[in-house]
Design a protein around this ligand. Structure first.
Ligand code: ATP
Ligand code: RIB
Length: 307
């Protein structure tokens, strides 16, 4: 099978991690055993690293600050064989930052400062037009302006390239973006935020699928954490179960899922369930390691474990 050509349009963040026994209550002070650690992060960058490590031919369109905080992340992009021609630099804004707290139980909270990410505009995306036209799939998330995503998706749609939206973090979205989206991949919270349907069982998932079908989206995946992934097309729908592992930090589980899914998916979507299974496998390795990009596995690691 030839490698998928994937363009990711999205954010790059420096992730600042703190490990805590439990989340503090409002007003409470807690001691921690380890100083803050820094890792490469950002939903776009994580998905690009995942796609690259899982052997898709990956191009990443993003914007970082000129202060050089993202230099170590760009080195990792190169190590994952990602095309870095469209990593742009903001004159005025710093590289994005995320402040992440992880508990002993593996739960996290994340605060994101957008910085340079929020200056990525339609004109910037136009620089990557040729890469988008030649891609099999274009993927975006919501840590950059909607204007940039819509431009990438418009170019993609004009050239028959499949568009994939990961609506994370959860915000309200214009119908104009949903109507440019072929495949949507929210987690449960994000799905609920967009559809207004609270997900308690598979019937709720089906109703959520219908909500997105009515907005012109043809394929709906909802990631369900340790339960796995629900998918729905016009022809079939069910849950592909996750793998039972001990999760120590789920940061970037969703990003690994998307990078893995898009690296495996056939252009005609004929192997949808197989691609979801592979993505469940890859993200089950991510949740067993700490950090975002640091925890994303390579193709060899996934196949050594599961195939
Ligand atoms: P995050 O925001 O933590 O990166 P997310 O909320 O976007 O993640 P999830 O639905 O939590 O996404 O997880 C994505 C995929 O990762 C799941 O569909 C599943 O395959 C895998 N996964 C997540 N948590 C676990 C777990 N505890 N055990 C096994 N697999 C998991
Ligand atoms: O999805 C995980 C990512 O969300 C982290 O790497 C952090 O940067 C936030 O954007």
């Amino acid at each position: 099978m030839s490698k998928n050509k994937v363009v990711i349009v999205g954010s790059t963040n420096v992730d600042k991690f703190i490990n805590v026994e439990r989340f503090p209550k409002p007003g409470e002070t807690l001691h921690i055993d380890q100083a803050q650690q820094e890792f490469g992060g950002g939903k776009g960058a994580n998905q690009a690293i995942a796609a690259g490590r899982l052997e898709a031919e990956t191009t990443f369109i993003t914007k970082v600050g000129k202060e050089g905080n993202a230099d170590f992340i760009i080195d990792d992009f190169k190590e994952a064989s990602i095309n870095t021609d469209y990593i742009l630099t903001s004159e005025n804004e710093e590289t994005g930052q995320a402040f992440i707290t992880v508990t002993d139980e593996g739960q996290n909270t994340i605060l994101v400062y957008g910085g340079a990410n929020m200056t990525l505009n339609a004109e910037d995306v136009n620089h990557g037009e040729q890469a988008i036209r030649e891609a099999d799939f274009v993927v975006a998330q919501l840590e950059i302006p909607i204007e940039a995503i819509e431009q990438a998706f418009k170019i993609a749609k004009a050239h028959g390239v499949t568009t994939i939206l990961n609506p994370a973090p959860a915000i309200d979205l214009p119908d104009s973006l949903l109507s440019l989206t072929d495949i949507i991949i929210p987690n449960e919270t994000e799905a609920e935020r967009l559809s207004g349907i609270s997900i308690k069982n598979e019937a709720d998932m089906q109703q959520t699928g219908d909500y997105f079908f009515e907005r012109g989206i043809s394929t709906v995946l909802i990631t369900l954490g340790e339960q796995g992934t629900y998918f729905a097309t016009q022809h079939e729908s069910h849950i592909v179960p996750a793998y039972q592992v001990k999760a120590i930090d789920t940061t970037a589980a969703g990003d690994t899922f998307i990078g893995a899914f898009v690296s495996r998916l056939e252009r005609d979507l004929s192997n949808l369930e197989d691609a979801i299974r592979f993505a469940n496998q890859a993200s089950s390795l991510t949740v067993q390691r700490k950090g975002a990009q640091a925890s994303i596995p390579t193709y060899k690691e996934v196949t050594a474990q599961y195939q």
